[in-house]
Design a protein around this ligand. Structure first.
Ligand SMILES: [Mg+2]
Length: 222
């Protein structure tokens, strides 16, 4: 058991779970990593994901789409937009949980009355292909996607409110301190400034380990 600043599970009304790097390690166009499309895959990783951060952030804030991304990438890779889009859709439909234990851990949390919400800086790809293929809508209570919210998890309003989490918490009458974000991105620890607890996923401290620790914690008397 690792030391944690987390409260006992029964002090949380909602657990927010990040997707990429937390629940899932699958890559866009991952099926192209080997084989005849490997060259294009490398260009996508080395050029697009490494050097087009502004485009990717605009995409995650809902101002671009899979189509505009594939059109940009067609110019970089020489692969047609249509083939890129089909490859992207396929990779998104085939995404996998980082551990097969995750769905049952989510179910156990929900069975104990804690809401589980997918909270992800993501693209239109999630709602178009990944959610239906993995039937994620039935697994979690709600999906918060930056693409629909037009704000990232770390985005703050001029009044200092979270542009990503505040509305959900208000709507469900949950105080920030009754919520926890489990996320691999250190940048998102900024949610602590809104009062949301933060637990960072690392190689040593996986999402599965954190969820196990939470599930065990409710047996300890308060
Ligand atoms: Mg992540």
């Amino acid at each position: 058991m690792y030391t944690s600043r987390m409260k006992f599970m029964n002090q949380y009304k909602v657990v927010f779970l990040d997707w990429d790097g937390t629940l899932c390690a699958s890559r866009f166009w991952g099926q192209w990593a080997t084989g005849e499309m490997a060259g294009a895959y490398q260009v996508i990783q080395n050029e697009f994901f490494a050097h087009h951060g502004d485009f990717i952030v605009r995409w995650m804030r809902g101002a671009e789409s899979a189509e505009t991304a594939c059109s940009l990438l067609s110019g970089i890779t020489g692969v047609s937009s249509e083939e890129l889009l089909e490859g992207l859709a396929e990779s998104c439909r085939e995404m996998q949980f980082i551990s097969i234990a995750i769905p049952s851990q989510i179910k156990q949390l929900r069975d104990k009355g804690v809401k589980v919400v997918l909270a992800t800086d993501n693209m239109d790809t999630l709602s178009r292909w990944t959610l239906p293929a993995l039937m994620l809508d039935g697994l979690v209570d709600e999906v918060l996607n930056s693409y629909a919210l037009q704000a990232l998890k770390r985005d703050i309003s001029p009044l200092g409110e979270s542009l990503f989490f505040a509305e959900y918490l208000k709507m469900h009458q949950i105080l920030p301190g009754e919520s926890l974000l489990i996320d691999d991105s250190g940048k998102n620890s900024i949610v602590e400034s809104f009062g949301i607890d933060f637990e960072q996923v690392t190689k040593e401290k996986t999402a599965t380990a954190i969820l196990d620790s939470l599930l065990e914690s409710d047996t300890i008397p308060l």
